[in-house]
Design a binder for this molecule. Structure first.
Ligand code: GCB
Length: 615
């Protein structure tokens, strides 16, 4: 009986927590923030809808004439003649600009969802005892990486970086890098295939070759703690990681600290914050150049120092209450044919609309981790960030392997962005309908976040319930996940979805727990830019959207513990779910901007509302 009980307890722990311990979620190599040699540019590609490069019929190993990753000069082989033949040739394939999603690169790939092979040749630097790595910032959704015909790594998850070591697989002279990219999602992927955004398959973010000494600085952090200290550390990796002298410098603050790494290659720093330290905030986005060094390696980062906390129902930034004046944003650049091509210019164009156009101090980077360049720019420009993992609408809640996937995505995001002052909230999901397995899943995720990063806030965009009490609509938040969250965030669409009229909104009663800060993580209405209706009674008109904003903001003003908002959404974005032939044509039209950046009427309404909040 005792054994039975112990076994049952073990199964329960396994179900609740997934199979991987929090400390094992650290990616083996991080190499965040190193420049290296950028492999951006033209790559060749080969479509493989039937996945012949990976497997043959009946799941057998792929035929060698189909294996796109082979290190073979097909043209030279063909010139020789004979029995051997090939059904691919990546050297002579069509070209595509990388990074970027294939869906907007070629008309015939617009709705392609499956496997495509990419190839790029490069000549590495002479190693001379150094090590070499490939760092992919993101490949959507699965990546199979080969160097000179040999598999060097795989990764699942479309929005987070991964690193593969290629020291031993490299040769001098020209090297052949082949990456199979499979954009297909399924019931066990994160997210599943049911979303409200575009497919966007491909090598969507930069790829770099990074060189390091044999023992290198893999990761280095520094943050301001709640009790006024600068705390962080350096993690070395390699044969000489233990017992190494390491140095932290913040020249502008006159800080130089030395330490020695322990048996695991880690050295911690903990010092009183210097008196002259200027805190990072949206109004004063001060970043310091921080250097981390060993005898033969050095990395630097630009880091802002601030604190974030919740006290009662207030959000405190640097100890002072803050109202989050924000908007939600997808990772999709402005333009009529976007391809998730985010670089400093395209990210700056979007964030500038928030910071300077809307008078904002906050952005919800929905519904997945956005590019590193975006988050770094938020640091630089002074925008607070809600960072989210793509646990969206649904997941295979009862499957421990799926929970582990979600935890890995979360860990990869946290390890990537721990030094970003802008990031204040880790969101563990969006609009997941309440059920016991779902709440268990999210609770485990919340515990993972807490153990990986206790310094930031945990949130999730929840669903609301609408009731009628004495003939009046009452909105309730009754989600059993609330105790696991620091901020309560909800998506509310009364006046767009459902039967409520716009004039009902200001009178709506919000019956919500008062002891936590509330954020409107979404509200919004579709409008086709340029379609006007002065009566504001027709959905899809700019006037209706504008009136929807006026009424929703009036409703918001009556909620005592509302501490911020990120309406849906900055810009119209592509979604195959949205096919009204007059108004949508494949675009979700809830943007305050059209896809090309024209401001709709509602833009000014929100901008004025935020301006008033400044005083
Ligand atoms: C939501 C989702 C968001 C959708 C939006 C909509 O609640 O979180 O991803 O795009 O509604 O437009 O319906």
């Amino acid at each position: 009986m005792r054994i039975m009980r112990a076994l049952m307890a073990m199964v329960l722990v396994w179900l609740v927590a997934g199979t991987v311990a929090a400390q094992d979620l650290r990616p083996r190599v991080l190499l965040t923030g190193r420049s290296g040699d950028d492999l951006s540019g033209q790559w060749t590609y080969s479509k493989d809808l039937y996945r012949t490069g990976l497997t043959d019929i009946n799941g057998w190993v792929a035929k060698s004439r189909m294996q796109r990753y082979r290190d073979v000069d097909v043209a030279a082989e063909e010139a020789r003649g004979g029995a051997t033949f090939f059904e691919f040739d990546l050297d002579r394939g069509p070209q595509m600009g990388i990074p970027g999603a294939w869906n907007s690169a070629e008309a015939e790939l617009r709705y392609y969802n499956g496997l495509i092979w990419f190839q790029r040749k490069f000549t590495p630097q002479a190693l001379e005892g150094r090590r070499a790595f490939l760092r992919f910032e993101a490949v959507n959704y699965r990546a199979y990486v080969y160097l000179n015909g040999k598999e060097v790594g795989r990764h699942e998850g479309g929005f987070t970086p991964f690193v593969v070591e290629i020291t031993d697989a490299l040769r001098s002279g020209e090297n052949r890098l082949t990456v199979g990219v499979d954009s297909r999602h399924d019931d066990q992927s994160i997210p599943t295939e049911i979303t409200d955004w575009d497919l966007y398959g491909g090598i969507t973010r930069p790829v770099r070759v990074i060189y390091t000494p044999a023992t290198f600085i893999d990761d280095a952090t520094l943050e301001l703690t709640g009790d006024g200290r600068l705390a962080g550390g350096i993690q070395l990796s390699g044969p000489g990681a233990a017992g190494q002298a390491v140095t932290l410098t913040v020249a502008r603050l006159g800080v130089t600290v030395r330490a020695t790494t322990d048996a695991t290659g880690y050295a911690a720093f903990d010092l009183k914050a210097p008196r002259g330290l200027q805190r990072w905030s949206p109004e004063t986005p001060v970043l310091y150049d921080v250097g981390f060094a060993t005898a033969d390696d050095r990395v630097s980062d630009r880091i802002g120092f601030r604190t974030i906390a919740v006290k009662g129902n207030e959000i405190l930034l640097n100890g002072k209450p803050v109202f989050l004046r924000g908007v939600s944003m997808h990772e999709e650049e402005l333009g009529s044919n976007p391809g998730r091509i985010i670089n400093e210019a395209s990210a700056r164009a979007l964030l500038s609309e928030i910071k300077y156009g809307l008078n904002g101090n906050y952005v919800r980077l929905s519904h997945y981790p956005h590019s590193e360049v975006t988050v770094r720019l938020a640091d630089e420009m002074g925008l607070l960030v809600w960072s989210e993992i793509p646990v969206y609408w649904t997941a295979d809640w009862d499957n421990p392997a799926v929970l582990d996937k979600a935890r890995r995505v979360q860990a990869e995001t946290i390890y990537r962005d721990r030094n970003r002052a802008s990031v204040i909230i880790w969101s563990i999901g969006n609009e997941t309908p309440v059920s016991e397995p779902r709440t268990r899943f999210h609770s485990a995720l919340s515990d993972t976040v807490r153990s990986l990063d206790p310094s930031r806030l945990i949130g999730a965009a929840l669903l609301v319930e609408r009731k009628t009490v004495d003939g009046h609509p009452v909105i309730e938040i009754a989600d059993p996940l609330l105790p696991k969250l620091d901020v309560m965030a909800v998506n509310t669409y009364a006046g767009w979805y459902g039967d409520d009229g716009l004039d009902d909104l200001p009178g709506m009663v919000w019956d919500v727990p008062a002891d936590k800060p509330l954020i409107f993580s979404e509200f919004g209405a579709d409008a086709l830019a340029g379609y006007f209706d002065p009566t504001a009674t027709h959905k899809f008109s700019e006037d209706y959207q504008a009136q929807y904003y006026r009424r929703t903001l009036a409703m918001a003003d009556r909620i005592g513990n509302l501490r911020g908002m990120s309406p849906w959404i900055l810009k119209d974005f592509r979604s195959p779910r949205r096919e009204h032939p007059v108004y949508q044509n494949g675009w979700n039209r809830k943007g305050l901007l059209s896809e090309t950046g024209e401001r709709k009427m509602a833009f000014e309404i929100l901008a004025d509302y935020y301006k008033d909040k400044l005083h």
